[in-house]
Design a protein around this ligand. Structure first.
Ligand code: KE4
Length: 427
């Protein structure tokens, strides 16, 4: 494939934008090639600046479950734009989207709109701390909840249960209130909670981890966390920014039947425009300004364009049979990929929940970040490049998930399966 124009655009971008990108993973740093610059998209395809077409499994990192440029979403955005992009005042659309979200999540009695997943999780944590009067939080290694300071933390060394920053610029003092545990290890969580009795405001997790590759919860893990949080007065924050409206209309909480005290959302509820949201129990949400003292605000929160795109998207994906189609397409892809992987000498394992999935270059199973980091990332990089050259756009990191859309055709899936067979043969 010719990538001349993308190369030129990347060189120009690097002169004025750090790394040439506005979000690090887009720079393709972990897959050993320069990024392609995208000019347009339609349905299951994206098209780069050199005119190359790709079957897209990134889907803007999850939002594009309807495929790109769905006519009803485009129309909703265009119509809204014609009557005003933003007012800084309440609009009826915000209530419409909030009510739609509440129909999907019975545990969301009130919800606040924000402009990103990071804002949603950062605000939910502050709210949990304000509601409980406690300072410590507990997250899981390999789970990503956006880039708020208290979340860029890893386990402290040795006996210290305090977290340490994973990024320069995060003061050690900010990190020390963040405890970290191994995903899917309920016993470790119980030990940490016992060692910090009455001091933990919340436990936050991805109900299906999608930021270490796709790692489902093991049986009993979510249920055990729910029980523990109820017993200890800890706010259970379920971060469904990625899984919300992805694996079911009611997300992972509908799928696994475990309900958080607070829920964070994003991606799909904005239909590709900047949106995040956090909501949950009335008694907690009413601690939020202006009703309560926990401050949170945002100039473009509830933005009319984003609300319209989200409403159009949710109204379409709640239609009868939508998730059955996503499941059918995803299961077909999985079956094909397992067949070609079975015929290859390369050690891989495929993990999937509904329309989110990934191929680990690892014998499997992968149940935690410690497992995931054992993957052969060099082979993944070569695989990624071989797939890109065949016109298949995968997530540019072993530690990300891929996403199915309703627009992916049987032809797209067959082409993907053939491309995987060829890519594995080059390794
Ligand atoms: P944003 O601030 O990027 O909108 O959302 C942060 C976030 C929160 N929670 C979960 C579970 C998430 O997956 C994310 C963001 N996801 C990544 C993809 N792994 C966004 C891609 C990027 O960082 O460019």
């Amino acid at each position: 494939m010719n990538h001349e124009r993308s190369e030129a655009l990347f060189n120009a971008a690097k002169k004025v934008i750090p790394g040439g990108v506005n979000s690090p993973v887009r720079a393709f740093k972990s897959v050993g090639c320069n990024p392609v610059f995208i000019e347009r998209a339609a349905g299951s395809k994206i098209y780069d600046a050199d005119g190359n077409a790709y079957i897209d499994y990134v889907g803007s990192w999850g939002p594009m479950i309807l495929g790109h440029c769905h006519p009803k979403v485009v129309e909703a955005i265009q119509q809204t734009a014609a009557s005003g992009a933003s007012f800084g005042a309440p609009t009826a659309r915000e209530t419409v989207l909030a009510e739609l979200v509440a129909t999907a999540y019975p545990n969301i009695e009130k919800v606040r709109m924000v402009s990103s997943g990071t804002e949603a999780t950062m605000s939910a944590i502050r709210l949990a701390r304000g509601f409980t009067g406690r300072d410590k939080i507990l997250k899981f290694d390999g789970c990503y909840h956006g880039h708020a300071d208290s979340l860029l933390v890893k386990a402290g060394s040795g006996a210290a249960t305090f977290g340490v920053p994973t990024s320069p610029g995060v003061p050690a003092d900010f990190a020390k209130y963040t405890l970290t545990a191994t995903y899917n290890d309920l016993a470790e969580v119980k030990t940490l909670v016992a060692a910090n009795q009455g001091e933990i405001a919340c436990i936050i997790l991805e109900p299906i981890a999608g930021n270490m590759g796709c790692v489902p919860p093991v049986a009993g893990f979510l249920e055990g966390l729910r029980e523990l949080c109820t017993a200890e007065g800890i706010v259970l924050i379920i971060d469904e920014v990625m899984t919300g409206f992805r694996v079911a209309f009611g997300g992972a909480q509908e799928r696994f039947g475990v309900r958080g005290d607070l829920v964070c959302l994003g991606k799909i509820i904005g239909g590709g425009l900047p949106v995040g949201a956090f909501g949950g129990k009335r008694e907690i949400m009413e601690c939020l300004s202006p009703e309560g003292g926990v401050y949170q605000a945002g100039t473009l929160s509830g933005n009319p364009l984003a609300m319209s795109a989200g409403i159009a998207t949710l109204q379409l994906i709640r239609e009868e049979g939508f998730y059955e189609q996503i499941e059918e397409k995803s299961a077909y892809l999985e079956k094909g990929l397992r067949q070609v992987a079975g015929n290859s000498s390369v050690s891989t394992c495929f993990q999937r929940v509904g329309g989110m999935f990934c191929t680990f270059f690892h014998p499997g199973p992968v149940n935690s970040f410690a497992d995931a980091v054992q993957s052969d990332t060099v082979s993944f990089g070569a695989f990624f490049r071989a797939m890109l050259e065949q016109g298949i756009n995968l997530a540019p990191s072993q530690f990300e998930a891929g996403f199915m859309s309703i627009a992916h055709s049987r032809e797209d899936l067959d082409k993907t399966i053939t491309a995987v067979e060829k890519a594995l043969a080059t390794l």
